[in-house]
Write a protein that binds this ligand. Structure first.
Ligand code: HPA
Ligand code: MG
Length: 225
């Protein structure tokens, strides 16, 4: 940890963020004015997300780049990470002789109300995934908590007999009892806090925020349903 001349505290930025990571002051970045008062801090700035995603794209290509890839994007929260990750993979393909065809398919999971997980998980758009047979499948999720959701999804996808299945998760949350299942590619490991932005929502709000931020108590009240 170090301080700049304005006494702003900087931590070196590990991809594994400690429980005491305070985030960055909102004053250091710009964000939509309609969310002023609704956020506590910038937890992961947009630029850092982009840089980390570029690096994950490289690891993914190293592992999966020998065969057709089907990307399974888990909506809604995963759309931005998936789009940026696919861009990263496309950029690598453009700049090498090793290019592979890639399909993108979307499925939707829903299990959250307010900031709480509910027991029942709905998978939409995953009824017939027979086109996954023999393919390299990359499941792309924004956030993995207990890993229960991912485990259910993996079981569902395995039944369609892909050649290989890998999971990319932008965020892994350190929650009690996690590690039921961890992604193969992790963007950031974060403490158990409710975060929004970069397509992650709180009751459908905050998807239009580029940084990953911590929502404030007043923000939670304002958008509660
Ligand atoms: N933010 C938004 N959606 C989520 C989160 C979170 O922290 N955890 C699980 N779904
Ligand atoms: Mg949500």
């Amino acid at each position: 940890m170090f301080y700049d001349q304005h006494n702003v505290c900087f931590y070196s930025f590990p991809s594994q963020m400690n429980d005491d990571w305070p985030g960055y002051s909102l004053d250091l970045f710009s964000y939509p004015a309609h969310y002023s008062g609704d956020l506590d801090c910038v937890f992961i700035p947009h630029g850092v997300i982009m840089d980390r995603t570029e690096r994950l794209a490289r690891s993914i290509m190293d592992d999966l780049g020998d065969h057709d890839i089907v990307v399974l994007c888990v909506l809604k929260g995963g759309y931005q990470f998936c789009a940026d990750l696919v861009e990263g993979i496309k950029a690598l393909s453009r700049n090498s002789d090793r290019t592979i065809p890639m399909r993108v398919h979307f499925i939707r999971l829903k299990s959250y109300l307010n900031d709480q997980s509910t027991e029942d998980l709905h998978i939409l758009g995953a009824e017939d995934l027979s086109f996954l047979a023999g393919k390299n499948v990359l499941i792309v999720e924004a956030i993995v908590g207990t890993g229960k959701t991912m485990k259910t999804l993996l079981k569902h996808v395995e039944a369609f007999r892909p050649k290989m299945i890998k999971v990319a998760g932008l965020l892994v949350k350190r929650v009690p009892n996690n590690a039921a299942c961890l992604p193969d590619y992790v963007g950031f490991e974060i403490p158990d806090r409710f975060v929004v932005g970069y397509a992650l929502d709180y009751n459908e709000y905050f998807r239009d925020l580029n940084h990953i931020c911590v929502i404030s108590e007043s923000g939670k009240m304002k958008y509660k349903i």
